[in-house]
Write a protein that binds this ligand. Structure first.
Ligand code: SF4
Length: 277
């Protein structure tokens, strides 16, 4: 099954677990109430576009073709135009707009293309969807690994494509729970006997665009910690615990800010009466 089909069923994912922990009201608005987003964040739309381009690049690599940079640019041009041209729902940062990001995206992809090592790994899968069951959680955990490769020694290399406004720290990479979940899923889906390496391929949107590969590994303890956290998240969701974290870094770009303000500011008549006495 592809990820969009898996998403039709009740599920958790690495990102929804992270979202619940960061702001469980945000989780509720988006994933339970399914409120329409008040805007679409530029970073999300641009990231989706870059992701689609990389997916097509690796699809060609999988059949032995190395796509020329000019075709990478053409795919980006078509995809970004389809997503963003005349789309007033996108909230741009600062002076950015459709055209500026159309040019910038090509520079960013050039930086990626020129620095991407020719590692000779065998591509096993692209956008590999998974659905796993974890103890204590009655709904599946789903996700999709952007790129799964193996080296000549049989080591599995699982990569997630990222676009980011800044470089990542070692701690961020080593503690990222999305990568931990990918390792858990790979082990539960038949790769338990393999060495597993995890990687972020990160296109960094600094003034001069950059590309970095960040490598990391996970221990069994890391897996256990995430599984424990996921069970606690499920416990909170199933009991209807949704707490706004209105000092979160997510508030600034939150797509449910208005709904959140209305929610927080309507605590009922009881308080109004008590405070006016
Ligand atoms: S504005 Fe902040 S507190 Fe409110 S839902 Fe969004 S992230 Fe949560």
């Amino acid at each position: 099954m592809v990820l969009s089909e898996l998403r039709q069923q009740p599920h958790l994912s690495a990102s929804s677990i992270g979202e619940y922990v960061e702001c469980s009201l945000l989780y509720k608005f988006g994933r339970i109430d399914k409120l329409p987003m008040e805007h679409k964040a530029e970073a999300l739309e641009f990231g989706t576009c870059i992701h689609r381009v990389l997916e097509q690049y690796y699809s060609a690599r999988m059949i032995g073709e190395k796509m020329l940079l000019k075709y990478v640019h053409e795919i980006f041009d078509t995809t970004w135009t389809g997503i963003a041209k005349d789309n007033d729902d996108i909230k741009y940062n600062g002076d950015n707009d459709f055209k500026i990001l159309l040019m910038y995206g090509k520079d960013l992809l050039t930086a990626w293309y020129n620095k991407l090592p020719d590692d000779g790994f065998t591509i096993l899968a692209i956008e590999e969807a998974f659905s796993i069951n974890l103890p204590g959680i009655p709904i599946p955990i789903i996700g999709a690994m952007d790129l799964v490769e193996e080296d000549s020694a049989g080591t599995l290399i699982i990569t997630d494509f990222k676009t980011s406004g800044r470089a990542y720290s070692k701690d961020e990479v080593d503690q990222n729970q999305q990568l931990t979940m990918y390792q858990i899923a790979a082990k539960l889906n038949g790769y338990g006997d393999r060495e597993i390496l995890l990687r972020f391929d990160t296109l960094i949107k600094t003034k001069t665009p950059k590309f970095e590969q960040y490598w990391t590994v996970r221990s069994e303890l890391d897996e256990r910690r995430l599984i424990k956290k996921a069970t606690q998240v499920w416990d909170g969701i199933s009991k209807g615990v949704f707490i706004p974290n209105d000092t979160s870094w997510k508030c600034k770009g939150c797509a449910y800010k208005q709904a959140c303000d209305e929610y927080l500011e309507s605590i009922g008549e009881e308080y109004d009466q008590a405070s006016n006495q």
